[in-house]
Design a protein around this ligand. Structure first.
Ligand code: SF4
Length: 216
């Protein structure tokens, strides 16, 4: 008898993206691959439009995200939403998620080992979603997705990110920008906020096949 999970599985080209997303969430929803499982309330996946061409990737869930099971719902997420609105990025234009699925204790940065163990989750999400561009929020997302370190060096530049998914190398255009929590710590720094707005526009343009920012 056919296995229903395989019929809707992430390997099945006929299954809809939504069904495949549900399978990924089911597969990783009770994950205990690393120690972060012990302190979390739930594994946090993404929000937004999984059919869009832009994936926005942050670091890891915080307390409110852990509570609600959604990424970027805390105060830094609210600030980021405001900047997206200023950049003309509508909520249905992107899907937003994190490199790591579970909240690290005291919101510390995830270790390289935790990122490596959890990488299959983000790889599955991107492999099924197949965005055209990634917007990487902060140094952890930059390092995890491109191997590059130092957000101040690479912020605002057009980069490339690659993953191997089901034996295929998938390459995406990528833009790195500052993490929303850094923006919150520097609230009122207009220059910084304008850089992020420009980076959001650049990534949005790349997801639509343009490599320039309107108004530059
Ligand atoms: S952080 Fe990732 S690998 Fe670790 S328990 Fe959570 S989902 Fe699993």
């Amino acid at each position: 008898m056919a296995n229903s999970s395989l019929l809707g599985g992430e390997n099945n080209p006929m299954a809809s993206k939504q069904k495949k997303l549900e399978l990924i969430e089911k597969t990783w929803g009770d994950c205990e691959r690393c120690d972060l499982a012990t302190g979390r309330k739930q594994v946090v996946f993404g929000k937004g439009n999984f059919e869009s061409k832009l994936a926005i990737i942050g670091e890891a869930p915080g307390a409110q995200e852990d509570e609600e099971g959604k990424p970027f719902v805390g105060s830094s997420g609210v600030r980021f939403d405001e900047l997206c609105e200023e950049a003309g990025l509508e909520p249905w234009d992107s899907y937003i998620c994190n490199v790591i699925g579970c909240r690290p204790p005291n919101n510390r940065p995830p270790s390289d080992e935790e990122i490596e163990v959890c990488f299959g989750r983000i790889t599955s999400l991107l492999g099924v979603m197949k965005p055209k561009a990634l917007l990487l929020l902060g140094g952890t997302a930059l390092r995890a997705m491109t191997g590059l370190s130092k957000i101040t060096t690479y912020q605002g530049k057009e980069l490339q990110a690659s993953i191997t998914w089901q034996g295929q190398v998938l390459t995406f255009a990528a833009v790195a920008t500052f993490h929303p929590s850094y923006l919150l710590r520097n609230r009122g720094d207009k220059e910084l906020e304008n850089k992020v707005i420009r980076d959001i526009r650049l990534a949005h343009g790349l997801s639509k096949g343009s490599s320039w920012v309107e108004g530059d």
